[in-house]
Ligand binder design. Structure first.
Ligand code: ADP
Ligand code: MG
Length: 256
């Protein structure tokens, strides 16, 4: 589904964080949301899924404002994987993923809900963890379980806040490959991402945020030396190899 961010402004207790943010993503886009710490990525993601109410502007799914959806209706269209901090749940893995079915469940899970839960665990190679206590899993396993729960919602739009921040490089690739294959199936995937090289490699669209404003938006062509240097106030070298762009940090900008 299409998602449109229209003139969005947001403040925490009168402190403005998002300022006139606009963008539009199409079905099947894999969007990397990049920018320095504190630039508003997490806040924007929370505004996109209605956890935070925008002060001005709207977020539209296709042409309908998210404020007109009931919580269950919205959860059937859009799923959110929060940042990995503070994850505690006294539940086993199967039950956590089954929670993703909540927007479809009247008063008890059906055979279909249980089957979808099993199928998702299976497709993410998590079967062997199904009965394990969530709190005793590694960070990478917990991350996969949260993605599984989001998929159990059968969403058309998937929002993830720094999904690879705590993963080793192999698990980073596993998660990004999975997200790419979901986008190829027509799910619109939007990821806050710190790793600019992974963004360059995986994303079909990039949105750069700085100080709560859209600094640049577009395809991979916006990953230029100038944009990256000005976005983060650093110096970089760019290496092109086999059609891929690599950004190598080369110090801080002296005038800052
Ligand atoms: P990012 O995800 O890009 O690091 P955030 O969206 O988390 O940025 O934060 C954007 C700004 O909003 C920062 O200045 C941050 O300090 C502030 N902020 C974030 N969450 C809160 C909150 N719950 N209350 C007050 N200010 C917040
Ligand atoms: Mg954040």
């Amino acid at each position: 589904m299409k998602i449109t961010i229209q003139d969005v402004e947001f403040s925490y207790n009168g402190f403005p964080v998002l300022k006139n943010v606009n963008n539009k993503f199409e079905k099947g886009d894999l969007v990397a949301l990049v920018g320095p710490n504190g630039s508003g990525k997490s806040t924007l993601i929370k505004c996109m899924n209605g956890i935070l109410k925008v002060r001005k502007g709207t977020v539209l799914i296709d042409d309908r404002s998210i404020s007109s959806f009931s919580p269950n209706e919205l959860a059937r269209e859009m799923a959110y994987v929060p940042q990995s901090e503070n994850r505690k749940a006294v539940l086993n893995v199967f039950d956590i993923v089954l929670l993703g079915r909540k927007p479809y469940i009247n008063w008890k899970p059906t055979e279909q809900d249980l089957r979808i839960t099993s199928d998702i665990l299976n497709s993410l190679n998590l079967d062997h963890l199904a009965m394990r206590d969530f709190n005793k899993l590694s960070g990478g396993q917990q991350q996969s379980v949260y993605i599984a729960r989001a998929l159990a919602q059968e969403p058309d739009i998937l929002l993830l806040d720094e999904p690879i921040a705590n993963l080793d490089i192999r698990h980073q690739i596993e998660v990004l490959d999975l997200l790419k294959s979901l986008s190829q199936k027509g799910i619109t995937v939007i990821i806050a991402l710190h790793d600019i090289n992974m963004a360059a490699r995986y994303a079909s669209k990039i949105m750069m945020l700085r100080d709560g404003k859209v600094f640049a938006g577009g395809g991979r062509e916006i990953i230029t030396k100038e944009n990256i240097e000005n976005l983060y106030d650093i110096k970089v070298k760019i290496i092109e190899n086999n059609g891929h762009t690599f950004i190598i940090p080369d110090g801080l900008q002296k005038h800052h």
